[in-house]
Each structure stands twice: as C-alpha cells, then as structure tokens.
Design a protein around this ligand. Structure first.
Ligand code: 1GP
Length: 252
C-alpha cells in the first residue's frame, strides 16, 4: 500500500501536467512566528502556488514546527508538505513529507539513518511519504554543510545526471536539485536540461537562489517540473504579487 502514489503526490503530478510546471512555496518555521508563516502561506496561495513546503536546516523542529504547520493549515487548503532535515522535522499536522535521501552526502545519517528513525513516526502520524532523491549542487549553502554533502560542481552536469539516473533506477519518483537556500545563482540550466532528459517521467524539482519570474521561467524551460522559492518569498514586500509573477512565468 505504501508504495502506491498518495493523494498529494498525485495532486503534484496533476498540477505539473495541467500548468506545464508547478510551484512550491518553502516556509522555514525558524524564520518567523507561526502566525506570520500562515499569513505568508495565505498570500502565496492567492498568488497561485501549488503547495506549501515546511522545513529548514536548523531550528525547524518542536513546538515551533507543529504550530507553524497548524496555523498554515488554517489559512490555506493547499497541501502542506514537510521538508525535513532530520527526524525532528516531522509533524503530524502536515499532509505529506518529502521522504528524501541526500544521495551525495558523505554521511549515512542523511542517506538512510534519519529516514529509518522517521519511518515508524510517519506511519503513526498518517503522513504521506513521497519518495525523493535530494542532490546538492555548489554552492550548497547551509544544507550542504549540515548534510555533509560532496557538492556537485556547477560545471559538471554529467555528475548530477549520474546521481539522478541512480535515483530513477532506485525507483524514486521525484528528484530535487538544490543549490542551497539563498544561493547567489540557481542550479545551471544546462544541468537541469541534462538531468530532465535522463529522468523522463520522474518529476524534477529545482530550488535554491531563484528570485524572479525570469529565473524561474528559464529553469522551467530547461526542464524543471517544479520550482521552489523560499528566501525570495520571505523577503518579498508583496508575496501574492511575487508568487503570481513566478507562477505566471513558468506556466506553459
Ligand atoms: C532551499 O531550495 C530551497 O531548500 C529554496 O531556496 O530560499 O533560495 O529560495 P531559496
């Protein structure tokens, strides 16, 4: 039963099919109060985002995480998907969890151990696990450091391609190319194109350093199925306008 695609995963696939490319808004519970996070999610919903991701590398845990998810759920009917950096990033208030393996980590903790410790909780909480490979590209930022990643060099798309293909052969249904939150520039488009060509039907998520509709559009054109923005949403004086700009520019 658990290997079947769940409601949220099917919803994401449908959104990509319908719009040509999807958009996820990432909210880090450590960056603002739960009430502010909920207002951000509400504004992003009005801008046409497809779902809300909740997580962060440091401090996205405990009561702050639970209350953030709870408040967000009250302000939007979109799915809330956890984006955990460890077992502490789980909350039973969410709908689903990106059940991710950081494939280019040096540490087995981020490849499989946190996942094993978290799996029984996911079952108990009734969260939908969405199997996803997580691949961190230079510069990698905080998550690259915390996740002990052997960063994929920006000029080596074939290395990202090799990891993505391994993910596909292992049966993962989503692959996330991450440049790191707040990266100076997003994952290179040439890398996105090569990876998507190898992935075929596997959904490709791209995030890190995407700050404009134009940047998002370039990545979607290159082959990204889903664009993630976090920092730019957080810093935007008008979240609905910013998210609308991104969603309008990536839809085909
Ligand atoms: C980080 O890819 C996400 O995990 C989002 O990055 O904060 O740069 O949008 P930004």
């Amino acid at each position: 039963m658990m290997s079947e695609r769940g409601r949220v995963e099917l919803y994401l696939a449908e959104a990509v099919k319908r719009h040509g490319a999807g958009h996820l808004t990432l909210i880090d519970p450590d960056s603002q109060s739960p009430g502010t996070a909920a207002a951000m999610a509400e504004a992003a919903t009005r801008g046409g985002t497809d779902a809300i991701m909740v997580g962060g590398s440091v401090g996205a845990a405990g009561i702050l995480l639970h209350e953030t998810v709870e408040q967000i759920k009250k302000k939007t009917s979109l799915p809330v998907i956890l984006f955990p950096s460890s077992v502490a990033g789980l909350s039973e208030n969410a709908d689903a969890v990106f059940f991710m393996s950081l494939l280019n980590s040096r540490s087995t903790s981020y490849i499989v151990e946190n996942q094993a410790m978290g799996a029984p909780l996911i079952l108990r909480y009734g969260l939908e696990p969405i199997p996803m490979a997580y691949i961190i590209i230079e510069p990698g930022g905080t998550v690259g450091f915390v996740g002990d990643a052997r960063l994929i060099p920006r000029k080596k798309p074939e290395l990202a391609g090799a990891y993505a293909l391994a993910a596909k052969f292992m049966g993962m249904r989503l692959v996330y190319l991450e440049a790191g939150s707040g990266a100076d520039s997003p994952v290179p488009t040439a890398m996105v194109t090569l990876v998507k060509k190898l992935l075929g039907d596997v959904l490709l998520i791209v995030g890190g350093g995407i700050r404009s509709g134009d940047a998002a559009a370039e990545l979607a054109k290159a082959g990204a199925d889903i664009i993630v923005t976090g920092t730019a949403v957080e810093r935007s004086p008008d979240i609905t306008a910013f998210v609308s700009e991104v969603t309008n520019s990536i839809r085909r």
